[in-house]
Design a protein around this ligand. Structure first.
Ligand SMILES: [Fe+2]
Length: 277
């Protein structure tokens, strides 16, 4: 590289922090993915809006969360799944505003959810966050969101019964597959909501077809040659996107917010999944 070329890169390098902090974290991308459930006989396609990791905090404004909601609703989903990390820490937030945004979702379609590691529990308490999940549970209830905390619910979507099962966050050490799948039969398609994709191993013997997760933020900072810089999971194959796993499928969304408000080569994601047989 000549000296002149090297000097020409200085302004670009100088802009990088501004881009990583001010541009990319707010640059939502709506992705569309076809998910075929080969063992299921769906009479018509089902569209799922999957949002995760809102991380409402000083670095993730409600405007970003609301923009993700509106972008998702533009796709006219049949059902909406939220996979945890609604907040980042115990800092008080505007509950009225957050509730209003969640109600925007629940007024458009049924909304089911699970909790993330930041929403209260052993890990959250140990790291100075919420000591329990009462604040987030109250928020979800007020927003007409059905929290599936080691529980499941059958939702009728386009005249088809689909079971949605949700589990506690893996790092809370309270995942309970018996409760989450109580009464479940192998007859209905089943979608599992689990914040951390590593939960798949613990739930390998349960009757689910597709697992929806977040937690990784897609790696958040993805550098050339070095790859993802934020990978808080054991099974590093499940950082983002649709993956096949032992005859099942797992979708890990990059999520909407982040912990520190930085993203590089990893735009926040509004995920639309089209299920078919
Ligand atoms: Fe998260």
């Amino acid at each position: 590289m000549t000296r002149r070329k090297l000097l020409s890169l200085i302004p670009v390098a100088g802009c990088a922090p501004a881009y990583a902090l001010g541009v990319e974290p707010n640059w939502l991308e709506r992705t569309h993915t076809q998910v075929k459930l080969p063992c299921r006989n769906l009479t018509s396609g089902v569209r799922i809006l999957h949002l995760s990791d809102f991380h409402a905090s000083v670095v993730v404004p409600f405007s970003l969360i609301e923009n993700s909601v509106e972008m998702g609703l533009d796709a006219k989903p049949d059902v909406i799944c939220l996979t945890g990390d609604f907040v980042t820490d115990a800092t008080p937030f505007d509950q009225v505003e957050y509730r209003r945004i969640l109600r925007r979702l629940s007024s458009a379609a049924p909304v089911v959810a699970c909790l993330g590691n930041h929403d209260g529990g052993i890990w959250s308490a140990k790291t100075g966050g919420l000591t329990d999940s009462s604040v987030v549970c109250g928020l979800l209830k007020a927003g007409n969101v059905s929290l599936l905390h080691n529980a499941s619910e059958v939702v009728r979507v386009r005249d088809q019964a689909i079971r949605f099962a949700g589990v506690a966050d893996l790092w809370s050490y309270t995942v309970n597959g018996d409760l989450a799948f109580a009464g479940a039969s192998a007859d209905n398609p089943a979608i599992l909501l689990a914040h951390n994709p590593d939960a798949k191993d613990k739930l390998a013997n349960r009757p689910w077809d597709l697992m929806l997760s977040g937690h990784t933020h897609g790696g958040q900072v993805v550098l050339p040659f070095l790859g993802e810089r934020f990978v808080p999971i054991r099974d590093k194959r499940f950082v983002a996107g649709l993956k096949q796993w032992n005859g099942r499928q797992v979708y890990v969304t990059r999520g909407v917010g982040s912990i520190d408000g930085i993203r590089v080569n990893c735009r926040p994601e509004v995920t639309v999944l089209d299920l078919s047989s």
